[in-house]
Design a protein around this ligand. Structure first.
Ligand code: PRP
Length: 212
């Protein structure tokens, strides 16, 4: 039996992902052990391997078959646009992709002005402004703390995920337009799905049964 490999997104989803896998009887606590620099963990008994990766890399590992299964936010799946199967909505990690900024920037959006948009999600931002709103904008790619954009005048607005809204509130910004709701998803490599259908379906069903 060959190993099935899970790629798990680091960060805010990791804890809930581990809890879900534990409920499924899949023990992989070591993965989140802060005291180890080891990257790949094996559960010999179940024939499974696990690793944590930066969110945007999870769909890459899955598309190339370096991981059979990935657990990652839908924001990342939309942004990366990789050839993978999306098989399950885990229902946690719920948040919204939004255009945010100072209240005054609402006018710029309403009048379709050529504005600057900072985002960790340039593809989602581009698709929203160009294909949905038909508004020409300049997109500036950032890698984090995107809320700084309008505060220090790098950009007029941002496209970012909003969960509790506290980052926006603490920085005097607000949601100006909502793009889409988001949650954590399970993705599967397309070849693995054909070759290991039964094992993968059993794992996905187990996750489904243990949700919520
Ligand atoms: C995300 C996102 C917002 C914040 C939203 O950032 O980019 O900044 O969380 O959450 P809230 O609505 O609950 O405040 P993250 O914490 O992933 O860090 P980053 O800014 O460094 O990317």
């Amino acid at each position: 039996m060959r190993y099935l490999t899970f790629a798990l997104g680091k960060g805010r989803l990791a804890g809930q992902t581990m809890e879900l896998l534990a409920k499924c009887g899949i023990e992989c606590k070591e993965v989140t052990d802060k005291n180890t620099r080891k990257l790949l963990f094996t559960n010999e008994e179940l024939g499974l391997r696990f690793f944590l990766a930066k969110g945007p890399d999870v769909p890459t590992y899955v598309e190339y078959g370096a991981a059979d299964i990935g657990i990652v936010g839908e924001d990342t799946i939309l942004e990366e646009n990789r050839r993978v199967y999306e098989v399950l909505d885990l229902g946690f990690g719920k948040c919204r992709m939004c255009v945010c900024g100072p209240k005054e920037a609402k006018d710029l959006l309403d009048h379709h002005e050529r504005i600057r948009v900072a985002s960790k999600y340039p593809n989602i931002a581009k698709d929203y402004f160009y294909n949905q709103k038909h508004q020409t904008v300049d997109i500036i790619k950032l890698n984090g703390s995107v809320e700084l954009g309008p505060i220090v005048n790098l950009s007029d607005v941002i496209v970012d995920i909003v969960e509790t809204g506290s980052t926006l509130r603490e920085n005097g910004l607000e949601v100006l337009e909502e793009i889409c709701p988001l949650s954590a998803r399970v993705i599967v490599n397309q070849v693995s799905m054909q070759m290991e259908t039964d094992r993968i379906k059993a794992l996905v069903n187990k996750m489904k049964e243990n949700l919520g």
